[in-house]
Write a protein that binds this ligand. Sequence first.
Ligand SMILES: [Zn+2]
Ligand SMILES: [Zn+2]
Ligand SMILES: [Zn+2]
Ligand SMILES: [Zn+2]
Length: 670
Amino acid sequence: MKTQLLARILVASTLSLVTFLQLAGTITGHAAEPDPNTKVYWNGGKRGHIDGCPRLPKDTAELAKIPVKSYGEMTAGGAVLCSRCPGSSTQGKGKPGRKADAPQTPAVVYDPGTKVYVDALWFRVHAEDCPSLLLKERKRTLTLEEADKAGCRIGQSGQSGRENCCLQGYRRKRPEKKLSDDTILCGNNEKRNFKHIAGCHRYWPVRSDLRRPLKDWVADGFKVCPHCIERGPGLATITDEEWKKLGPPDNFVAPEGWVPKPYSADQLPPASEVDILIKETLSKGNAIQELPFTDPVACMEMFMGQRFFFPVTQWLNLYQAYRSTGDRHVFDMLLESARHYNRISMEYPAVAQLKASDPEGIPFMYSMAACARITLQLAKKHPDQVGANEIEEAETFLRTIISVLKPVCEGDGSLDPEMGIPRKLADDFRSRAYNRAMNGIGTLGMTVAALEDLQSLRKTKEYQPTIDRYRKVIREFLSNFFNEGHLCTKVAGRPMFVYPYNKGKIREVNGCPIFKRPEDGGHYSHTLQGLMLLYQATPELGIDDEFMTAVANAIYRSSTEKVPLGGKGKKAKGGKKETLSGHVECPTAAKVRPFGSLNDGHTYSPARERFYMLEAFRDGIIDAQCITLNAQQKEAANSDYDHRLATLFSHYMKALRKDRSLIHLREGTP
Ligand SMILES: [Zn+2]
Ligand SMILES: [Zn+2]
Ligand SMILES: [Zn+2]
Ligand SMILES: [Zn+2]
């Protein structure tokens, strides 16, 4: 394999730069601009549409509500066509190149001698007062002029460098430094994938990956990640020794003759199956998110860029696998992550506080809170199973969480008059999407329950003020969630809870709110992971049996009842008249304005395993999730690791409903 590759490099290396330029050309290539007189639909916002755009409403009455202008008028107003308009050159969200289309901020003159700080991960500089500037006491400085000359990205932040954090309006004098032929990119030997700079948010290196100069990859026909091109060069390195340790253990070997099969929703799988699932779980590792760069400042910059909020899949796996099996090795794997994030938080308290300054960042402490909670539950219920040192470690994690959250949750300086919690947090609760916040709130819930157990073990009331404050925070968050959401009682005996993705409703019909954008299935399933934590840790705050049943009913309805296609009952192509919605709506909304059938709506996706735990609150929900699949497809979907774990976890949830003190499913069995 390796020699073949080398041979190909030798043959093809002369092509390198040409190929790279061609590649770059296809990445940034723009379509011809429409004529200024072209008719556009534009409501004065940042994006408009031309005829044929799939984002335009199909319903003519809806379409008539959007003002018609000319393309010239629209662009003069600073707007561009949306990314899905026919022939549009605007890149969509998440696709590279968007900043090139953003209107430029007015030019500002800066003193060329202004001191700027050089990042450790990407070749970027920031001003002294930049909110994204981390650990400045540990950073090299340049003058603005020197940074410009060196080709640094100036005042850029975010995963692809699209955010302008400082030095706004600076007009550079020399071009930005781009990736070169010799830039080291990483990846495996498989064709048709992108090669990245280590640290790219689209890349998860494993120890078998190669590190080679860009020109060699390109000569072999590989492509360069467009995000890496957009973001520009990196500065961080990983030693060979650390590289050899990268990635999860990946050491699962299936027993001979074993074929994965779905677990039953009614009966527990045999112990031998559970043991296999445990091995599979362990082979996926501890999911520490940052790479082991030689410069720890680069690690912390990467940490700041990570998304922890849905939450990290493998942490959720470990958590659910522990609850479903009680396996000590699974707990220890989660503990590795907890120790890592505890250490980071103690070594870099200001960075940890910045990361946790809103509910999206709080779940970076998920494994810390989960381990503390489980340890203290065990210590209280089975004192013989837990050592004093383990209780101490749990307390350490909790103390760290408290110190990280102090600026966010505590302090009575500027309380929101309505919510009675710090104003910044209250404002956040009013604006942030629930799906992004819920796992942070769930992490707080686990922390509260763990602190209560700790107090009872230590026979103290030392943590009571913190517990009270966190409870207040959770309560206020939930009261906002309940108020904006809708507990629909249109179906007798089956209350359903639905909520908006975007804040706000359009109107009310028969007492049911019609949301501007109801939550879609995928995001609802992430929200549910946070609700699950609250159900387990702090049900008295409202996420109780009754509420979870209303969630289950809503999910059941949306996965089994079709809605008319094309807005107000219009026929779609091919004569299909109805479809399952990709959104979770109450019966009234599903009839009046079925969002999943509108152009911006998500299409339905079957077998979402993140909903499977709801089997504990409504029989048949796993089957309902698979209603569009035939027997073979269903078997295939439900045999994979994620679906087996999710099915097993639904058994834990069922058992927990009967015994609220149940720590894990194998408790009490030898
Ligand atoms: Zn469009
Ligand atoms: Zn900055
Ligand atoms: Zn990349
Ligand atoms: Zn309703």
